[in-house]
Ligand binder design. Structure first.
Ligand code: SAM
Length: 237
């Protein structure tokens, strides 16, 4: 039997916040060597930041900013009148990012140390960057929270590692070795942007390095309601 809830019944209990998964060693005890350990990826960071169309005076979120290796690249694009807000859950990574920011004297770059799922973001931003943040892209709660803080039509760019086609066994062995220290799980590694593409429009996907890397761009819907992407039939591009 289905019962209608009367007008006086109590509101449904608030869903408890999902327990945060433990931080990876790469983002705790190895936070101080992160920049050196991942320096080989810097040209990918540059390519992903380049793909994000933001300009002088705009505000951009650097989601999962880590030690801030993209913050300077983003600041170069938005200039001294714009702003960069990093969101980073690891206190150790956020501390290194803040040291870089202080050393560079970037007054318009800040870091919110919080999970992207429940970070309180005090701005409405013009764009968001998701650089090498596979775990965040797998979290619908994180994507919802971040995208809610973007203005309509805001640009989004995401990029990082992914599985190459299955026939490329040697490439994928390398991919696993390279990314294992930095992801909690390889779930979704075949198409890391599959949650994001439900929430943005005019999705453009570029694969590189034999399919073991990608850059995805798109824009938040310009009007209320589900995005055109979410309205498409499954399998339809
Ligand atoms: C591979 S690093 C990338 C850092 C930076 N974007 C870069 O390009 O070097 C992934 C970062 O995402 C952060 N992270 C993972 N899950 C997160 C979450 N749910 N909320 C906020 N930060 C998260 C990690 O702590 C780590 O610093």
């Amino acid at each position: 039997m289905v019962m209608n809830r009367s007008r006086t019944s109590p509101p449904p209990a608030r869903r408890p916040a999902r327990q945060a998964a433990p931080l990876l060693p790469a983002y705790r005890e190895h936070a101080r060597s992160y920049d050196r350990d991942t320096s080989a990826f810097q040209h990918y960071r540059q390519a992903i930041v380049e793909a994000l169309p933001v300009g002088p005076g705009q505000v951009v979120l650097d989601v999962g900013c880590g030690t801030g290796l993209c913050c300077g690249l983003l600041r170069d694009k938005v200039g001294p009148q714009g702003g960069v807000v990093g969101i980073e859950e690891s206190p150790e990574m956020a501390a290194v990012a803040r040291e870089h920011i202080a050393a560079e004297d970037w007054h318009n770059v800040t870091v919110v140390q919080a999970r992207a799922e429940d970070a309180e973001i005090a701005v409405t931003a013009d764009a968001a960057l998701f650089c090498a943040v596979h775990d965040i892209l797998q979290s619908r709660d994180a994507l919802r929270n971040v995208l809610n803080r973007l203005c309509p039509g805001a640009w989004v760019a995401a990029g990082g590692g992914k599985w190459a086609p299955a026939v490329m066994v040697a490439v994928n062995m390398h991919v696993r070795m390279l990314h294992a220290p930095y992801v909690r799980s390889f779930d979704g590694f075949g198409r890391p942007w599959s949650n994001l593409e439900q929430l943005i429009e005019d999705v453009h996907i570029q694969e590189m390095a034999f399919g073991s890397g990608y850059i995805v761009t798109g824009q938040t819907p310009r009007r209320a309601g589900p995005s055109r992407a979410a309205q498409r039939a499954p399998g339809q591009r």
